[in-house]
Design a protein around this ligand. Structure first.
Ligand SMILES: NC(=O)c1ccc[n+]([C@@H]2O[C@H](COP(=O)([O-])OP(=O)(O)OC[C@H]3O[C@@H](n4cnc5c(N)ncnc54)[C@H](OP(=O)(O)O)[C@@H]3O)[C@@H](O)[C@H]2O)c1
Length: 216
């Protein structure tokens, strides 16, 4: 498949793109600047032997993508999706955004957003796309160290069952990762909020934590 990353020049987009390129997918790194998108693609090609990676501005990379990952900060979600809603029509969109902010002396703080979750707000903004959320709890640090064995579950939320299964299949292609159907869009809020907890655990214990659900 061809996988595109809007805001793919940050650590999370690059990390996911590296892992999916390693699994044999073609990846396209998007940016607000075509040049930074190209540089991101170059990093993928340097890091992953045999990777097929291209880069460009956000609108250009989503054009022929099978799946589009949203890997930018929550602060940019509304404006970015406003600008790309036409280009994303008919596409499977996977939102990786976790709304949070850093507060001095506290650490990461999950934001209460108007639409309840970043996923629900994205669904409202992209009525013609098939939008799910996933990978919000997956550390970019872990993703980018390709020799590091990941051990994590990826909780996939959304109302489109077929789209969720496709994203679960992609998650399962990352060694050590298990994709799980975590339910409808309203569940995404809890998954998104867990990211702040994991960031604060990482700081406290000087590690890269992830989540594993037992009992399934
Ligand atoms: N980092 C992690 O370990 C991690 C883990 C789980 C989930 N996440 C989530 O994944 C998303 C990406 O994380 P990240 O750490 O890679 O983020 P980031 O480095 O802060 O941003 C990623 C890219 O988004 C673009 N961007 C920045 N501000 C933007 C704006 N206002 N509008 C549109 N694009 C903007 C930038 O690319 P250009 O300047 O090239 O356009 C930037 O390189 C976040 O929502 C985060 O909560 C991150």
């Amino acid at each position: 498949m061809k996988l595109a990353f809007v805001g793919g020049t940050g650590p999370e987009g690059l990390g996911l793109a590296m892992r999916f390129a390693k699994a044999g997918h073609e990846v396209a790194i998007g940016s607000r600047s075509a040049e930074r998108g190209e540089e991101g693609a170059e990093r993928i090609r340097e890091t992953v032997p045999g990777a097929v990676a291209s880069g460009g501005d956000n609108a250009s990379v989503v054009g022929d993508a099978d799946v589009v990952f949203l890997t930018f900060p929550y602060s940019g979600q509304q404006a970015t999706l406003d600008a790309l809603s036409g280009a994303l029509a008919g596409k499977l969109v996977c939102n990786v955004v976790a709304p949070l902010e850093f507060q001095q002396g506290v650490g990461a703080v999950a934001l209460n957003v108007a639409g309840s979750s970043a996923l629900q707000e994205a669904i409202a903004q992209l009525p013609d796309s098939r939008v799910v959320s996933a990978f919000q709890n997956m550390s970019a640090e872990e993703l980018q160290h390709l020799d590091h064995q990941i051990e994590a579950d990826v909780l996939v939320c959304g109302r489109d069952a077929e789209a969720k299964q496709l994203v679960i299949g992609l998650a399962n292609q990352i060694e050590g990762v298990r994709g799980i159907d975590a339910g409808g869009p309203s569940q995404s809020r809890y998954v998104e909020m867990l990211t702040s907890l994991l960031i604060n655990l990482n700081r406290k214990h000087k590690t890269q934590s992830s989540i594993r659900i037992v009992g399934l």
